[in-house]
Design a protein around this ligand. Structure first.
Ligand code: FAD
Length: 528
């Protein structure tokens, strides 16, 4: 059973040493004896680490450690190894949705570094830009938003992003980290050349593709199982000041997919758009799921009379971005855009575009976050479902899932866009759909729930619908893997990893043999 398919009531795991307060006191004393450079929080001040963005799980950590460096983390992991059943979870920004960064009755290492804007910290210490070598050394707990802020003054920026930037570098590298640049550069995990990692034995290791490669590839997409990423060397590229953000609409999935796959096949910079994503939306005036979700500019609303008469219950939007580079604005930008769009067959007159700064484009979800926080939606549960689906099965997925089960939407974005398998390194721990397709699709159901009574699906109904979707995929032989996976049983994890399970298990045995790290993933059980 997939974890997020159930609203979880967490079974009480054993206390660290099985016997309550005395042992907790011993642990407290043990933590004090470590003389950490950073701080330790207990009780109600540690409670925040028992929740996450998903809002569907609640746990009680014993303590939260705020480390100031790798040595602190190594000491904490070594201490944990002396307590039977005690686990340790690195917590990035807690933006998982199924308790993956939690450790019930365990220790949380709060990796997130204070950001300049929000917390009065100094992102300069966390992001060290090397303009000459085109890379940056970045703390594992730095937010991508701070990486951007520190790189842009040098005219540089990372090549590969996520849509939302208040996620930590270590948190997304432990998954993959995908967005509209991934077709060209691969996920974020394909854009790091060196890491510093504290393994589950408390060893501090520098690793890369050639130095300690098993640690390096293991932790990339490794779901926090093999070590805590404390520093990453990230590849940078020159960044533009301005971009053009464009959306075009399709009534047929086959046409949307043909054009999206054409664009992602043009991998060379300058040959195509610099960002390619897409989403499905409902063919109705529903303000969240329908036509209004497409427009970029209130002065240019969606004109429903332009939708072809033959359109079904759902429509598709291809979202692309062109970096202005040194093109003359607006003339050359217009020419390049027109040439690229001229090769596509979207619905005539259903085109939306906006010129904005590169930083504003990358920060676009922050605007949505502010609105969602104000309405209470940000803090309400998020029963998300993220999948990678084989290209050859997308027409069937479209018919069975988009046009049927999801024909009324999910109360939030439904992302769907192609990615090139060749940009993913098979030595990392990330799992992609089996089979020979060069292209596979990201499908992300970014469900939002209302904090107030409304006519939409309840959290439980959304969770049940996620279950129905996966059952439907299995019944119809649709080849998929979960992205940001979450399962409850070992058997399901073995199935998820398939022929990569033995490698994953061996990596665990080598780098975290006592299964101390990231218990919230529910893959391994802490052992002596
Ligand atoms: P956490 O949720 O805190 O941790 C996630 C896992 O990583 C846990 O198992 C934790 O133990 C482990 N971990 C955390 N830090 C470290 C570390 N330093 N070393 C080792 N392990 C660690 N994903 C995409 O790919 N693309 C997107 O566009 C995207 N957009 C998102 C938008 C929003 C609003 C949200 C909420 C999530 C989005 N995600 C996206 C998913 C996101 O990448 C993952 O949930 C990611 O794990 C969250 O990062 P975090 O820093 O909050 O990690």
């Amino acid at each position: 059973m997939i974890a997020y398919l159930e609203r979880v009531s967490i079974p009480e795991p054993e206390q660290p040493t099985g016997s309550g307060n005395d042992e907790v006191l011993t642990l407290r004393n043990g933590l004090e004896d470590l003389q950490l450079q950073g701080g330790v929080e207990f009780g109600s001040t540690a409670a925040y680490a028992g929740k996450d963005f998903g809002g569907m799980q609640l746990t009680k950590p014993l303590a939260v450690i705020k480390p100031t460096g790798s040595e602190d983390i190594a000491k904490v992991i070594k201490l944990a190894s002396r307590f039977p059943n005690l686990t340790v979870a690195a917590r990035g920004n807690g933006h998982s949705v199924n308790g993956q960064a939690m450790a019930h009755h365990g220790l949380i290492i709060d990796m997130k570094k204070s950001s300049v804007d929000n917390y009065g910290g100094n992102s300069q210490d966390e992001v060290d830009v090397h303009p000459q070598s085109g890379c940056a050394d970045v703390a594992g707990g730095a937010l991508w938003a701070d990486v951007l802020k520190r790189c842009v003054p040098y005219g540089l920026a990372p090549r590969s992003w996520t849509d939302y930037l208040d996620l930590t570098v270590g948190g997304t590298l432990s998954q993959a980290g995908v967005s509209g640049q991934s077709f060209r550069y691969g996920p974020q995990s394909s854009n790091v050349t060196e890491l510093e990692v504290v393994t589950g034995t408390g060893e501090i290791v520098t690793c890369s593709g050639s130095e300690n490669p098993e640690v390096f590839f293991g932790v990339l997409g490794g779901l926090g199982q093999f070590g805590v990423i404390t520093r990453a060397r990230i590849l940078l590229q020159p960044c533009p000041k301005m971009v053009r953000w464009i959306r075009v609409v399709y009534s047929e999935f086959s046409e949307f997919a043909r054009d999206a796959e054409f664009l992602v096949s043009l991998e060379k910079e300058g040959d195509s758009f610099d960002y390619v994503e897409g989403f499905m939306f409902v063919n109705s005036d529903d303000p969240v799921n329908g036509w209004p979700s497409v427009q970029l500019d209130p002065n240019h609303p969606f004109e429903p009379t332009r939708i072809p008469k033959c359109a079904g219950p759902v429509l598709y939007c291809l979202e692309v971005v062109l970096h202005h580079r040194d093109y003359v604005f607006p003339t050359t930008v217009d020419t390049v855009v027109d040439k690229l769009l001229g090769q596509l067959e979207y619905c005539e007159d259903l085109k939306f575009q906006l010129d904005l700064s590169y930083v504003d484009f990358l920060s676009r979800v922050k605007v949505a976050e502010k609105e969602a926080k104000a309405s209470g939606i940000w803090d309400a549960p998020h029963p998300w479902l993220n999948m990678f689906v084989a290209k050859s099965d997308m027409p069937e997925f479209d018919r069975l899932i988009f046009n049927d089960i999801l024909r009324h939407g999910v109360g939030g974005p439904i992302l769907v866009y192609p990615l090139n398998r060749s940009k993913w390194n098979s030595r990392t721990s990330v799992v992609l759909p089996d089979g020979g397709d060069d292209v596979f699709y990201l499908v992300a159901l970014l469900r939002c729930t209302s904090p107030f009574p409304n006519s939409g699906l309840s959290v439980e109904e959304m969770i049940a619908q996620n279950r129905e979707i996966l059952q439907c995929c299995r019944r119809n032989g649709i080849n998929y893997k979960l992205y940001l996976p979450s399962y409850n049983s070992r058997q399901e994890w073995e199935q998820h990893f398939g022929n990569q399970w033995s490698r994953f298990k061996e990596r665990k045995a080598s780098f975290d043999p006592m299964a101390i790290l990231s218990p919230g993933q529910k893959i391994f059980t802490r052992n002596q």
